[in-house]
Ligand binder design. Structure first.
Ligand code: BDR
Ligand code: CA
Length: 324
């Protein structure tokens, strides 16, 4: 069986690493490329962390494209207070021998999306970071963007935020990019799913599960255990989310997530609300029809509920392999 062709855009990142593990190892996914963007850590750290994960799990065949160092308009910020000073849990791993692809992220995206479409197997693009690379791709290569099969992004939230009281980190970090991507999806009729904070924290791995992973003598299991354990310690909690990995899991287990198709906009101004995703949850067409703003052209499948334990188990079974 051929897996779903996927490309991940990452700012690795503890939970991006969890997502890379799932995408690299699950037999029903065909990981065709990974692109990197500054976000959780500066780009140089993100690229090294991404290459480290792929090398450790033996996926040196996957090309890694280097992308944007900074957002379109905002100053760069990072989230090293969440992910560690090296961006990936400060595990002290040796630098990878694997090198990035010579193609920059936008070119790697274009070539991968076009060649997959030519095979009749369009790419599912999974942005797990500020969407700077994806916005540049949409504007530089609109015809290639239109050949995407689907976009499933981690970002935003209907009711929950983290970077500010109003906004989620990935969208807040580059709101213009997120708005461009939603616009491009609407224009090119690319189906788009938002895996946001309403579901992001639910698939959790416990300390007991980490101890079980530690007993599995493989590189992916050891790395997975170290990543989750870092977050247990950092947040003094017995349960850590697999975060971005949930968006990848959604491709494999669509029934584990309840979505609603809703108009979504990104707030680009607003003193305290910049970067918020405005999910239109009104249910009376009369209100919607008389809205002076008109409806957002971007209709997004917004993830609102998830079977967290089931999704966490899917991740554990994949990273734990046959010994799990
Ligand atoms: C998002 O922000 C980053 O810190 C995580 O990697 C995730 O993509 C959650 O808001
Ligand atoms: Ca991320």
């Amino acid at each position: 069986m051929q897996g779903i062709p996927v490309v991940l855009d990452v700012d690795t990142g503890v939970d991006d690493a969890c997502a890379l593990l799932l995408a690299a190892l699950h037999p029903c996914l065909d990981l065709r490329a990974v692109t990197c963007v500054g976000g959780n850590a500066p780009l140089v750290d993100v690229v090294r962390n991404t290459l480290t994960v792929l090398e450790l799990v033996g996926r040196t065949d996957v090309p890694v494209g280097v992308g944007a160092t900074r957002p379109l308009l905002e100053d760069p910020v990072d989230a090293r207070h969440v992910h560690g000073s090296d961006g990936m849990a400060d595990l002290g791993l040796p630098p990878p021998a694997l090198e990035p692809d010579p193609r920059i992220a936008v070119e790697l995206l274009r070539e991968t999306v076009e060649s997959s479409a030519a095979e009749g197997r369009p790419v599912t693009l999974v942005p797990l970071a500020p969407m700077t690379n994806i916005a540049l791709f949409a504007r530089l290569h609109p015809s290639a963007f239109g050949k995407l099969g689907r976009v499933v992004f981690m970002g935003g939230g209907a009711n929950i935020s983290n970077a500010t009281a109003a906004a989620e980190f990935n969208v807040f970090h580059d709101p213009e990019a997120a708005a461009v991507v939603l616009d491009a999806c609407a224009v090119h009729e690319v189906p788009v799913t938002m895996y946001g904070l309403d579901v992001f924290y639910e698939p959790k791995v416990t300390d007991a599960q980490v101890q079980r992973l530690r007993a599995v003598d493989t590189a992916p299991a050891q790395l997975a255990a170290a990543l989750i354990s870092f977050h247990h310690r950092r947040f003094a909690s017995d349960g850590a989310t697999i975060g971005d990995a949930g968006a990848v899991a959604m491709l494999l287990a669509p029934d584990a997530v309840r979505t609603e198709r809703r108009p979504v906009r990104v707030e680009l101004s607003g003193t305290w609300t910049r970067g918020r995703t405005i999910v239109d949850t009104r249910d009376w067409s009369g209100d919607m029809a008389h809205d002076p703003h008109g409806l957002s052209p971007a209709m997004v499948d917004v993830a609102l509920e998830i079977n967290g334990p089931w999704v966490a188990d899917l991740w554990l079974r994949t990273v734990g392999g046959e010994q799990w």
